[in-house]
Design a protein around this ligand. Structure first.
Ligand code: NA7
Length: 536
């Protein structure tokens, strides 16, 4: 048994990103003894690890920040509409220090195993370096996009140049001057970094298997006038955001796409494009449910790509052909498509010439070898489940998460898994998580869980566990909600399609943060329907 000799805490939080840090704060505020284990050398989670050039959040900074403390919200000044990774990380450091969270956090502690001692009603947790911990409750705030996907390309180990992952970019970053750089992948991470890599490198080769839609960020500095307006509007903005679908205030066009005249439609799409970024995907209220509405927005975006990219063949290669726009998260870029107009940048369409192997000299496709000095992997993550299934987690009846989820993740409200009492997840499968503003979704889930624990303590329950049937019903509901939209038409990481052999199940809850919050409140009001509380 793990942890037999350690002090038993009330709550052990795994991960010190946005969600985990808030959990430390909220559980401590509830009077509980909290410890947090973080795999990284510092706090920050996603924003600690993803330091690649150009890394930014695609949710506006004023929305993608904590709302739990009025003073924090008033004091912190974001410098740009979309914050860079360094600015977000310094915000996270500020929060950790301001609320004195660090004394609960142990860094460089990667959790590798956890098992539940049913007799003692406690989780025992082991880290990579062999340390052991015990707690009544464990909360995995391990991130939705944290388990790296390393593609298995023949010869990858033989590459003689430098190799980097966007999600593990070293600091200080390597100099790319005078170097021939290649990047594999064309998701958000690549789309953000490509313009900057191209600016610095001697040449850049982009190896694209599947193109993505991208809309210009139209990022800008926030002026003093912006700052005044933000402060005035903040309370109302937060109220709207909490009840919204995506966790930030957004007003779709008042008419469905088909109800608009062609001129109205064009004007609405142009306005959506000029507003920039991922919200373009929600220009019309029916854009995620009606393929014709989606086609209008998709074709408009495709015309933009053709206007930007000078070489017609490259333009066609950059246009997705496999999914309705927005059913994979739209990338938010600063000059991505323009980059392909530079002579030193080459797009390699892997659908036409697949990679055959990697050699010491570079990447070989069916059309030949491209010599490289630097190889960058922007190949994504084992999203939403990977961070949990890579930990050896065993429930009281011997269930392992890995096995329990062999056919896809089953959760209740995205916060608990049947067979795993006293174990909670934040921003996991079954919750709005990646389809919403993850900072606000984390606040909502953590607050709700802190009350659940308080309820258990007040009623003398030592164990909280979700009923099988409640979890199955919720998981079906999450799938059905997605099936009522266009989302399942994309082979996206939302349904596990980016990882070979991963079962297909639509993981995030598409109904959005507002609807989810109401659902959670109703369940609480109903005496935590679906949960079983077992007395000491
Ligand atoms: P993504 O969006 O999952 O992108 C990963 C990219 O890597 C994608 O273009 C993949 O192509 C490509 N990929 C993965 N494996 C391979 C192999 N073996 N060969 C060629 N290309 C490959 O990850 P990101 O980090 O960019 O973004 C993740 C999220 O972070 C994003 O949605 C934002 O919400 C923030 P594929 O599509 O699989 O053909």
């Amino acid at each position: 048994t793990i942890g037999a000799h350690s002090a038993v805490r009330d709550v052990l939080v795994v991960g010190a990103g946005f969600a985990g840090l808030y959990a430390v704060h909220a559980f401590r505020r509830a009077g509980l003894d909290v410890i947090c284990l973080e795999a990284g050398e510092d706090v920050g989670g996603t924003w600690f690890f993803n330091r690649y050039p150009g890394a930014r959040c695609d949710v506006e900074s004023i929305d993608y920040s904590y709302s739990f403390d009025e003073d924090l919200q008033r004091d912190w000044v974001w410098s740009e509409r979309y914050a860079t990774q360094p600015e977000i990380l310094s915000y996270i450091h500020h929060v950790a220090d301001r609320f004195d969270l660090r004394r609960h956090i142990e860094l460089d502690k990667r959790v590798v195993a956890a098992n539940f001692d049913e007799h003692a009603s406690r989780w025992e947790v082991r880290t990579e370096d062999g340390d052991e911990y015990a707690a009544r409750y464990v909360l995995f705030a391990t991130g939705s996009l944290s388990a790296l996907n390393k593609p298995d390309i023949p010869g990858a180990d033989t590459f003689a140049g430098e190799t980097y992952f966007t999600a593990r970019w070293p600091e200080p970053g390597p100099s790319l001057r005078g170097k021939r750089v290649g990047i594999i992948g064309t998701g958000s991470s690549s789309v953000q970094s490509v313009p900057i890599l191209a600016g610095e490198a001697d040449s850049l080769t982009v190896f694209q298997r599947t193109p993505n839609y991208s809309v210009p960020a139209l990022n800008r500095q926030l002026t003093d006038a912006d700052q005044r307006r933000i402060r005035e509007e903040y309370p109302a903005r937060r109220t709207k955001a909490r009840m919204s679908g995506g966790g930030s205030p957004h007003q779709a066009h008042p008419k469905r796409a088909a109800e608009c005249t062609p001129e109205e439609r064009e004007a609405a799409l142009e306005a959506g494009w000029r507003n920039g970024g991922v919200l373009y995907g929600k220009t019309f209220p029916d854009q995620f449910t009606d393929i014709e509405a989606n086609d209008f927005a998709r074709e408009f975006a495709e015309r933009k790509i053709r206007q930007i990219v000078a070489d017609p063949r490259t333009a066609e290669d950059l246009i997705p052909t496999d999914h309705p726009i927005g059913t994979k998260r739209i990338c938010t870029d600063s000059g991505y498509f323009e980059t392909f107009n530079l002579d030193k940048v080459e797009l390699v369409n892997l659908r036409r010439e697949p990679i055959t192997r990697i050699t010491a000299a570079g990447i070989e496709t069916s059309a030949g070898l491209r010599e490289l000095d630097v190889l960058v992997y922007a190949t994504g993550f084992d999203a939403m489940t990977g961070a949990l299934t890579r930990i050896d987690i065993t429930g009281p009846r011997g269930d392992r998460i890995k096995d329990a989820w062999a056919e896809g993740p089953v959760t209740y409200l995205g916060v608990q898994i049947p067979g795993f009492p006293n174990l909670f997840t934040v921003n996991g499968p079954g919750a709005p998580s990646v389809l919403s503003n993850m900072v606000l979704t984390a606040e909502q889930q953590v607050d709700w869980l802190a009350e659940l624990v308080r309820h258990a303590d007040e009623t003398g329950a030592a164990q909280v566990e979700v009923r099988d049937d409640a979890a199955v019903k919720w998981t079906d509901h999450v799938q059905q909600a997605a099936d009522a939209t266009l989302f399942p038409r994309a082979n996206s990481w939302y349904l596990g399609a980016n990882i070979e052999g991963k079962p297909r199940r639509f993981m995030p809850y598409v109904a959005g943060l507002g609807a989810y919050r109401e659902r959670c409140e109703a369940i609480k009001a109903d005496g935590y329907e679906g949960f079983v509380f077992t007395a000491r």
